[in-house]
Ligand binder design. Sequence first.
Ligand code: 5GP
Length: 298
Amino acid sequence: MPRVAPPDVDRVAAAQAAVAARRARAAVKRSVTSRGRTALDVAESAWAGEPTSPEATLRVRELLMSIPSLGPTRSEKAMGELGIATSKRVGGLGVRQRDRLRDYLSLREGHHELPTSRLVVLAGPTAVGKGTVSRHIRENYPNVLLSISATTRAPRPGEVDGEHYYFLSDEQFDDMIARGEFLEWATVHNASRYGTPRPPIDAALADGKSVLLEIDLQGARSVRREMPEALLVFLLPPSWDELVRRLVGRGTEEAAEQARRLETAKVELRAQDEFDVKVVNREVGQAAAEVVELLEVP
Ligand code: 5GP
């Protein structure tokens, strides 16, 4: 018998319902990423509530990936160890799988203990405007603790030592490395060295204050290794053309240097999926506000 297509009205309603369900699942994931809810709490609600709830219909892989510090690779590895197929939804797990996931999440999330402060790392491709966003935060959100990096590059006009950077000689930078005073450090654009002094960060976190780092991609990866609980934020340009325009428009570098930085930016853009949250820098005030919001522990 020929299949009868559903009437248009039904199809429209079904499409709208699917969009609403996707949005609800996205909201659940965001709440885990911003640490408003633990992944364990989401899983428990999935198992206690309706099988059609956003929690129950969320894929396990997506739930794991929304946990800050669990990227795609770690999530997949965890699923393999837990014996859960990639396509499984949280509500569709069997009893044993639920037990294993529950144990895994409780262990990972320190038995529901949520931190009172957090380390947020802002990275992104070169010329995306990280510096502008962090300057805007420094000037407009005096309560935000912004880490001051050390660098071996020379100050640009208007830059103040101890405010924008600690401008160090190569020897001074070597000494800090030798004393183990950097949380991370890297050579950026094959030129100067930049590093994040660790003591002020440890002190702030111990004091229950959140700290923001604006560093390059290599630095963000090192922080992830050193402090897996840090929240990694990737600042995106609205488009590639806009990124090129911003880099060329800045006019602080020679043509050869600009070309080199664009090459770096291309590679850097590919790393965005390693990050917990993406913020599009359409306008500095909007991007800064979104980053500051992430510093607040709900
Ligand atoms: P600029 O010289 O334009 O101020 O910064 C160049 C690059 O160095 C930017 O991508 C900036 O994010 C990065 N950077 C600044 N401070 C640090 C730091 O402490 N560590 C690392 N790894 N990169 C940094």
